[in-house]
Design a protein around this ligand. Structure first.
Ligand code: SF4
Ligand code: SF4
Length: 79
C-alpha cells in the first residue's frame, strides 16, 4: 500500500464521524486534549494513529465543536 493512498475512511458513530485516513499522519492528537468530556482516544499512536470515540461516552458530547477546531486535519465532523 502506498503512502499516497489516502482516500477517506469515515468511521461513523451515532453523530460523530471521523475520517481515520487523516489520523494516520497525525502527530498532535489534539482531539484527545481538546475534548474535556473525554470522548476521544487515539489508539496505536506509535504505528498508525487512529482516533476513536470511547465506547459509551458519545452521549456526553455537548456539541461545543472545540474538537473539530482543534483537529487541524479536519478529520472530525459532528452532526
Ligand atoms: S481526529 Fe484529528 S487530532 Fe485526532 S488523531 Fe485524528 S487527525 Fe489527529
Ligand atoms: S463537540 Fe465538544 S464535547 Fe463534543 S466531542 Fe467535541 S470537544 Fe468533546
Amino acid at each position: 500500500m502506498s503512502e499516497s493512498e489516502d482516500h477517506a475512511i469515515i468511521v461513523n458513530y451515532k453523530f460523530h464521524h471521523i475520517d481515520t485516513s487523516k489520523c494516520k499522519h497525525c502527530t498532535e492528537f489534539s482531539c484527545e486534549e481538546a475534548c474535556f468530556r473525554g470522548i476521544y482516544k487515539v489508539i496505536t499512536k506509535e504505528s498508525v494513529p487512529k482516533c476513536i470515540v470511547v465506547e459509551d461516552r458519545e452521549d456526553r458530547c455537548v456539541k461545543c465543536h472545540i474538537c473539530t477546531t482543534a483537529c487541524k486535519s479536519k478529520a472530525i465532523t459532528i452532526d
